[in-house]
Write a protein that binds this ligand. Structure first.
Ligand code: LMR
Length: 395
C-alpha cells in the first residue's frame, strides 16, 4: 500500500523550524513560525500559566473522559472572551466545543460545514495562512480566494475584497481573520468590518472567523470588535479561536469552535452535529490546556496577571515593528518600509523576492517564509543590527 506514495515537501512553515534548529551559525535568526519570543529569543511559559498548572496539579482529582464538548467551564469562558457582553450570549445563541488548537478548531468547523452542505465552497483571503487551504480541502470543501492584500502598495485591496464578496452566494462560507491577519499583518478597519457585515447580511453567506491572535494586535477587546459587530447583524456564524499564542500554550493544543445560530433551538440542533463531527474525528479534546485557561480566566488574580503578560508580549512586538523600520533606515536602506508599523500581530510581509529570502537563509542564516512573511517576534535588540544589515545587503 505505502509503495504508491510520493514524498511530500516539508511544510512551508514548520519545515523552516527544523532547518533553523540544525543551523550552527551563532548569528542565526528565526523569523519563521508564528511563536512569541522574548528579548533573549526564548518562548517562556507565562507565569500565570505556571501558577494555574500548579493549582490544577494540586487539585485535579480525576482524569476520566470529559466528552466531545470538552470542559463546559472553558467553553463558557472562551465564549465570553470572544464576544464580551453580547446579544448572542444573552439570546443563548452560542455553543462552543474545546478543540485541539486553532487548527483543530478550524478542521472541526470545516467538517461541520461539510455536514451542512457537502462540497460547500469556502472563500479565503489572498493570501491566507498556508494551512487554511489544505485543511479545508482535506475536509472536502472547495476553496476559492478573494483579493485581500495589495502587494505593490503594501496595503489592503479592500475594493477588490468587497467586490468579490458581493458575488458570494448564501450557500458559501467566507473565512475572515478577526485580527493580526496571517500572513500580511494588514487588518480591516472598523469601517471596513461594517461594510463586510453589510455584505454578509445582504448575501447571507456564512462567516467563519479565525481568531488565532486575540490580544496580539491592539488589545483583547479591540481585536474582537470586528467579529462582535458582525455577530450583531448576521444570523449564523462560526468562530475558531486559539489559545496557542495569547496564553503561550502552543504544544498543549487548545482552542475552541463556537457556533452562533439563529435561535437557541436551532443552535442546539447544529451543536448535536458538531459533537458528532468531534466524536468521529478524535472523540474528545485534550483537557490540560483548557484546565489552565479556565483557571486563569476564573481567578481575578491570574486573569489580571495574564492581561499584563499579554500586554508585554503585544507591546514588544509592536515596538519591534518600529525598531526594524528605524534600523533599516540607519543602514542606508532607502526603500520605504514604514508599512510594517501600520500592520499588527505576529507577521509582516517584507516584500522582497523569494530569491532574496533564500539568500538571507543561505548566506546569513535568517529564516523567514518564502513569501517574505516575517515573524516580528523573532526580532530583538541583540539581532536587529545584523538583521537590518543583512536585508540591506540582499536588497
Ligand atoms: C504560523 O502561521 O506560523 C503559526 O500559525 C504556526 C503554524 O502552525 O503554522
Amino acid at each position: 500500500m505505502f509503495g504508491s506514495l510520493k514524498a511530500l515537501p516539508a511544510d512551508p512553515i514548520l519545515g523552516l523550524l527544523a532547518k533553523y534548529r540544525e543551523d550552527n551559525n551563532p548569528k542565526k535568526i528565526d523569523l519563521g513560525v508564528g511563536v512569541y519570543k522574548d528579548e533573549a529569543g526564548h518562548t517562556a511559559v507565562l507565569d500565570c500559566v505556571k501558577k494555574a498548572e500548579k493549582y490544577r496539579n494540586d487539585n485535579e482529582d480525576t482524569k476520566v473522559y470529559i466528552g466531545p464538548t470538552g470542559s463546559p467551564l472553558f467553553n463558557d469562558e472562551m465564549t465570553k472572551l470572544i464576544f464580551g457582553e453580547h446579544k448572542v450570549i444573552n439570546e443563548n445563541r452560542t455553543r462552543t466545543v474545546s478543540a485541539p488548537g486553532g487548527t483543530g478548531a478550524l478542521r472541526v468547523a470545516a467538517e461541520f460545514i461539510k455536514s451542512c452542505k457537502p462540497g460547500a465552497t469556502i472563500w479565503v483571503s489572498n493570501p491566507t495562512w498556508a494551512n487554511h487551504t489544505g485543511l479545508f480541502q482535506a475536509a472536502g470543501l472547495t476553496v476559492k480566494t478573494y483579493p485581500y492584500y495589495d502587494y505593490e502598495n503594501k496595503c489592503l485591496d479592500f475594493d477588490g475584497m468587497l467586490a468579490a464578496l458581493k458575488e458570494v452566494s448564501a450557500d458559501d462560507a467566507v473565512l475572515l481573520h478577526a485580527c493580526c491577519h496571517n500572513p500580511s499583518g494588514m487588518d480591516l478597519s472598523t469601517e471596513q468590518w461594517h461594510q463586510i457585515t453589510d455584505v454578509a447580511k445582504t448575501n447571507g453567506f456564512l462567516p467563519v472567523v479565525d481568531m488565532a491572535y486575540q490580544g496580539f494586535g491592539d488589545g483583547l477587546e479591540e481585536d474582537a470588535s470586528g467579529l462582535r459587530h458582525l455577530a450583531e447583524h448576521v444570523e449564523e456564524m462560526i468562530v475558531c479561536s486559539s489559545c496557542s499564542k495569547n496564553f503561550g500554550l502552543y504544544r498543549e493544543r487548545i482552542g475552541a469552535t463556537t457556533l452562533v445560530g439563529k435561535s437557541s433551538d436551532a443552535v442546539d440542533i447544529a451543536y448535536s452535529v458538531l459533537l458528532y463531527v468531534v466524536r468521529v474525528i478524535y472523540s474528545m479534546p485534550p483537557a490540560h490546556g483548557a484546565a489552565i485557561v479556565e483557571t486563569i480566566l476564573t481567578s481575578d488574580e491570574l486573569r489580571n496577571q495574564w492581561f499584563a503578560e499579554l500586554k508585554e508580549m503585544r507591546d514588544r512586538i509592536n515596538g519591534n515593528r518600529q525598531l526594524i523600520v528605524d534600523k533599516l533606515k540607519e543602514n542606508g536602506v532607502t526603500r520605504d518600509f514604514s508599512f510594517i508599523t501600520r500592520q499588527r500581530g505576529m507577521f509582516s510581509f517584507l516584500g522582497i523576492t523569494p530569491e532574496q529570502v533564500q539568500q538571507l537563509q543561505d548566506e546569513y542564516s535568517i529564516y523567514m517564509v518564502g513569501s517574505s512573511r516575517m515573524s516580528i517576534a523573532g526580532i530583538a535588540n541583540s539581532n536587529v543590527d545584523y538583521l537590518a544589515q543583512s536585508i540591506a545587503k540582499v536588497l
